[in-house]
Design a protein around this ligand. Structure first.
Ligand code: ADP
Ligand code: MG
Length: 493
């Protein structure tokens, strides 16, 4: 259990990235590796060509995402991006007070958090959190099993509370902000039905059901005196949590196992919002992972997509998010192994095993500074059973770089589409106003090359002038705080 007192949760090592000067490339090592690999490999050359995202192409991608955003705002299901109305009109002000909870479900782990809020001056008086991993079995089991497990862990989290630190006002139920990071059709701030599972989840009997009711029922069954006050996703949570510390935050982006983005939209720019008041702003959950047009799909992407749990869908997510990058590389290496003798003559069983190579491995291989690419060699040996000579190791790093470059650049194009949409309606950057993209997710946090490619694409597409008013701020784990804050904003008391 971690304990943290009122401080903005910005990782010091990454902090915030602004575009005031031309980003420098930090790939000296990579370039050295590349310049040595003179011998050509037709598969690699073709793969690099198929994955290429030169600026004009990237511009088309950004425009296509922007078109789908507009279509999704016009009518329900108008474009690939669902542009979901989140019912979050008011972002945290800083005045929130009391004890609130957050539950974050959306990937390999779920997180529970309690936050004691002390208002404008004192902000976060105390917060405690716990992370619990979700087994593969639960990810594809029944909704009773999944929510029963979560409710039981929530109950033991509450049972461990130290009375002096967590103060619930008398006569109140505990209130929870539920971060549920799957496509949800939101019906109010505290209800919504699951549209479809993503990211490897396939819990039976859930699609079309109210996820809040599922959790409330499970909590009741476990004798837990708690209710869901706000249903959000991790993008909204990140945006809300980051906004609590910085009022220039306009966008929340997640780049982890999956990906998503949310932003502050002007109500008058949302035709499908059939409400009387068209003044003010509201948060739109883009579900941008669903974008599936004009992407540089290779045969390896196609094959991976066909074997995925949601074939034909979420193609953008499958090119830019952490769950898939390692798997794409594995498929390319398998093909290289089968069609050339780069890795010896036989194909090791592990190399044919789906998900044997993870995005973390790509990152480690790209970070290898040793003369003989020793770390690349051992990762290939340990995880794929491949014995790779120097030439093969270099090739592997190039494959990783190709996939990561494409992913990072495409992610950058998505952010540009959102920033340009905001700019069109508000002209804030044009008038010199700082505009912050709050970013969370281990892929962004831990993969420097990915980050750099994303930033390069952003500047290429936005231009230096506009980009100089944009800051990408790594706001690690603020989505829990954001969800708790939104539970406070939407408290029934
Ligand atoms: P989640 O998205 O599940 O909420 P995270 O934000 O922690 O959780 O993201 C986890 C994902 O980030 C992993 O699935 C993996 O793809 C990616 N990742 C984790 N560690 C690294 C790393 N060291 N380098 C690159 N990617 C990583
Ligand atoms: Mg996450």
């Amino acid at each position: 259990m971690s304990l943290m007192f009122s401080s903005p949760v910005v990782t010091p090592a990454l902090g915030s990235f602004t575009f005031s000067s031309r980003p420098r490339s930090n790939y000296i090592v990579m370039s050295a590796v590349r310049s040595n690999s003179a011998s050509t490999c037709p598969i690699l050359t073709k793969f690099q060509k198929d994955c290429a995202t030169p600026t004009p192409y990237l511009r088309n991608v950004a425009n296509a995402i922007a078109d789908d955003m507009r279509d999704g705002l016009a009518v329900e299901g108008g474009g690939d991006l669902e542009m979901i109305l989140t019912f979050v009109d008011a972002l945290p002000s800083g005045n929130e007070e009391g004890l609130f909870y957050a539950l974050d479900l959306g990937g390999t782990n779920f997180r529970v958090r309690s936050v004691q809020l002390g208002g404008k001056k004192e902000r976060v008086l105390a917060t405690e959190s716990e992370q619990i991993s979700i087994s593969q079995k639960l990810m594809i089991g029944t909704s009773e099993e999944l929510f029963g497990f979560i409710a039981s862990k929530l109950a033991s989290f509450v049972a461990k509370e130290k009375p002096g630190r967590c103060l619930l006002e008398e006569g109140r139920k505990r209130e929870l902000g539920f971060t549920f990071s799957f496509p949800v059709k939101q019906t109010s701030i505290d209800s919504g039905t699951l549209s479809k599972w993503t990211k490897g989840f396939k819990v039976s009997g859930m699609e079309g059901k109210n996820v809040v009711a599922c959790l409330n029922e499970a909590m009741e069954a476990h004798g837990l005196d708690m209710r869901v006050s706000a249903l959000v996703n991790d993008g909204v949570g990140t945006l809300a949590g980051a906004r609590y510390w910085d009022e220039d935050v306009m966008v929340g982006v997640i780049l982890g196992t999956g990906t998503n983005a949310c932003y502050v939209e002007q109500k008058h720019a949302i035709p499908k919002l059939r409400s009387k008041s068209s003044s003010g702003t509201t948060i739109i959950n883009t579900e941008w992972g669903g974008f599936s047009k004009i992407l540089p799909q290779t045969i390896f992407d196609l094959e991976m997509d066909e074997t995925s749990l949601n074939p034909g869908e979420h193609l953008y997510e499958k090119m830019i998010s952490g769950m898939y990058l390692g798997e794409i590389v594995r498929r390319v290496l398998l093909h290289m192994c089968e069609t050339s003798d780069l890795f010896g003559h036989s194909t090791p069983a592990k190399l044919s095993t789906p998900l044997a190579l993870r995005t973390e491995h790509l990152c480690k291989m790209q970070e290898d500074n040793t003369d003989d690419l020793r770390d690349v060699g051992s990762i290939l040996y340990d995880f794929l059973d491949v014995e790779a000579n120097m030439n093969a190791r270099r090739r592997v790093v190039e494959v990783c770089d190709t996939v990561v470059k494409r992913g990072g650049r495409l992610a950058g194009a998505g952010i540009v589409a959102i920033l340009e949409k905001i700019e069109k309606d508000t002209k804030r950057m044009g008038s010199g106003k700082r505009t912050v993209v709050a970013m969370d997710g281990a892929l962004y946090e831990k993969y420097p090359q990915y980050r750099q490619y994303m930033q390069d694409a952003l500047v290429e597409l936005l231009g230096h002038k506009l980009a100089s008013h944009v800051a990408i701020k790594h706001t690690k784990d603020v989505s829990g705080l954001g969800a708790a804050l939104l539970a406070a904003t939407n408290s029934i008391y």
